[in-house]
Write a protein that binds this ligand. Structure first.
Ligand SMILES: *Cc1c(COP(=O)(O)O)cnc(C)c1O
Length: 357
């Protein structure tokens, strides 16, 4: 990524802070495979406390953490009930199908939130008397594709009650759980109270060099660690240093997340004022801004290319929708520059209609 490019594409690419590099240099390395590295153990204890769970595991990526959770909770041929546009559905269904033999049961949510009745229906639905066993329900907080929408503690509890009433455990994909906690002004432990197992990322918005935490009951985490070993992801030899940086991330970065949310709100409000650009301000609750440019009559790809030439890097979500994400690597001044670039391109770009003429 060129140095002066303003990165609004991803909140997972920030380099570690100076304090994190220092912690990595100072970290004493321990034996990772037997869970004896001091920094990893300290980070796991901190993550368990943060989410109110008995135990936690430090794993290399959020996807691996979710996969390990699926391996731990889901037998072959069982179904996983999940929201149709959840990250685990669009990024991982083929990986858990391949490795764990479980299959997805996608159901539509409202702004990413699964109605409890729909969860129950998916669990009890019988076809000619046959009913696949549901082994897991997945929730996502914040919901990425819905635009960073928060799942409140109440909505989480209702979804979990519905699943638990039928004996089905719940995985919370909380890659950005700490953004939800900041936006809702609710402790993460409250948002994670009713799901059985929760993943949160150390890179999204937190600037740690790598890693995600899987938090849950002690026996399940012991089994999850065996599954991480089966996958070959338990022998991360430099884990102690990365965990030391992760600890600094938890101690120092959580307070910055409200700034990112404020920047996203400002970006969304100002983009929405540009003729032809529409931002769904109701779903703009955290650090993700979805901008629909249908009104400009140009493709998202062409538009992105033009703003990239002006130093703004965003993400193409679909033919008409761009996604902008704020994080500690962008400041208020960057937001102003981004808005100006989008406004200039929106004004100058020949629309599809014009270019056909
Ligand atoms: C980024 C993300 C993940 C995966 O995390 P990685 O560390 O990139 O594998 C999972 N769920 C959600 C909602 C995400 O945004």
């Amino acid at each position: 990524m060129p140095k002066d490019l303003i990165n609004l594409k991803s909140d997972a690419m920030n380099p570690p802070t100076a304090a994190m590099w220092q912690a990595m240099q100072d970290a004493q390395q321990g034996w990772v495979l037997d869970r004896q590295d001091p920094n990893v153990l300290e980070l796991e204890a901190a993550a368990a406390a943060l989410t109110g769970k008995e135990d936690a595991l430090f794993l290399p990526t959020g996807r691996v953490a979710c996969l390990v959770a699926v391996m731990t909770y889901c037998g072959r041929g069982t179904q996983i009930v999940l929201e149709q546009f959840s990250h685990i559905a669009w990024c991982q269904e083929w990986n858990f199908a391949h490795i764990a033999g479980a299959f997805p049961k996608p159901i539509p949510g409202h702004r990413g939130v699964l109605p409890p009745e729909a969860i129950v229906e998916a669990i009890v639905e019988a076809r000619f008397g046959h009913r696949p066993k549901t082994s897991l329900v997945c929730l996502e907080n914040t919901h990425n594709m819905a635009g960073g929408v928060c799942l409140t503690a109440e909505a989480t509890n209702s979804a979990c009650e519905a699943a638990h009433a039928h004996g089905v455990p719940v995985l919370l994909d909380g890659a950005r759980l700490l953004y939800a906690a900041a936006a809702l002004e609710t402790p993460p432990s409250k948002l994670a109270a009713s799901p059985d197992v929760v993943m949160f990322s150390l890179t999204k918005g937190l600037s740690a060099p790598a890693g995600a935490m899987l938090c849950g009951p002690r026996d399940a985490m012991a089994e999850a660690w065996e599954n991480a070993r089966r996958l070959g992801v338990a022998s991360l030899q430099f884990a102690g240093a990365m965990a030391a940086a992760g600890l600094v991330a938890l101690r120092t970065m959580q307070g910055c997340l409200v700034d990112d949310i404020r920047h996203a709100r400002e970006l969304g409000d100002r983009l929405n004022d540009i003729p032809g650009v529409r931002v769904d301000l109701d779903s703009l609750q955290t650090n993700i801004v979805m901008a629909d440019i249908t009104g400009l009559g140009v493709s998202a790809g062409a538009f992105l290319k033009s703003i990239y030439e002006r130093g703004i890097w965003a993400h193409r979500l679909s033919e008409n929708v761009l996604r902008f994400i704020t994080h500690p690597g962008v400041n208020g001044e960057d937001i102003g520059i981004a808005v100006d670039a989008v406004a200039a391109v929106a004004r100058d770009m020949p629309s599809k209609a014009d270019s056909r003429a």
